[in-house]
Write a protein that binds this ligand. Structure first.
Ligand SMILES: O=C[C@H](O)COP(=O)(O)O
Ligand SMILES: CC(=O)C(=O)O
Length: 209
């Protein structure tokens, strides 16, 4: 499965910051129950790699990837844990040899036209616009489409229930990502039904968009 196929499979990607393996299992179950099938587990917490390992084992129907990949060692560890794709807020040069060696589907972060063109030239036609709302959001994506029609984006950063459908309606957006699907307050409250409802609502909106 290539990166674009993974984005289209979403087309809503929860960006998850997990505090424990148990939490990861509970949140992922809740999101699966709401219809989400593709997950980005960020490597921002000590529990992340164990979480990926357990999620891959527990939910074979889910596509589990990692986010916030910043160097080759993290990429290797994530692949060992069973991650099926990788995401980064950017495209650090130090990652390129490891990406070439592993050929894992990879979604690099970009924020400007030059970064988008450089990532495209490095072989990545599917890219994360990050942080989407802060760098220009919907107007920026509309402006990028005319000169760069062969680049497809997964905007992330500031996406939520009220603006996700507007992004998904753009011709150069295949997926939207964000933390709004599993907000910290619902996770801390153990409100799994609430998370399922957010996921179902996001998918319903994506079908209308
Ligand atoms: O760190 C940011 C996350 O990757 C996604 O951003 P968000 O919390 O605005 O959805
Ligand atoms: C921003 C994002 O999705 C990441 O940390 O990879």
């Amino acid at each position: 499965m290539d990166t674009l196929a993974i984005l289209k499979r979403g087309p809503v990607m929860p960006v998850m910051v997990i505090q424990s393996v148990d939490e990861a299992l509970q949140v992922t179950r809740a999101l699966l129950d709401g219809g989400i099938n593709t997950f980005e587990i960020t490597l921002r917490t000590p529990a992340a790699l164990d979480g990926v390992r357990e999620l891959v084992a527990a939910f074979p129907q889910a596509l589990i990837g990692v986010g916030t990949v910043r160097d080759a060692d993290q990429l290797e560890a994530a692949l060992q844990a069973g991650a099926r794709f990788a995401v980064s807020p950017g495209l650090p040069a130090a990652l390129l040899p490891a990406l070439a060696a592993n050929r894992v589907p990879f979604l690099p972060g970009v924020a400007t036209p030059t970064e988008a063109m450089n990532a495209f030239d490095a072989g990545f036609a599917a890219q994360k616009l990050f942080p989407a709302e802060a760098v220009g959001g919907v107007p920026l994506l509309k402006s990028l489409h005319s000169p760069l029609p062969d680049i497809v984006f997964c905007p992330t950063g500031g996406i939520h229930a009220a603006n996700a459908a507007t992004y998904l309606a753009l011709p150069n957006v295949a997926c939207v990502g964000g933390s709004w699907l599993a907000p910290a307050n619902l996770v801390q409250a153990g409100d799994w039904a609430g998370i399922t409802a957010l996921a179902a609502a996001a998918l319903a909106q994506s079908r209308q968009g």
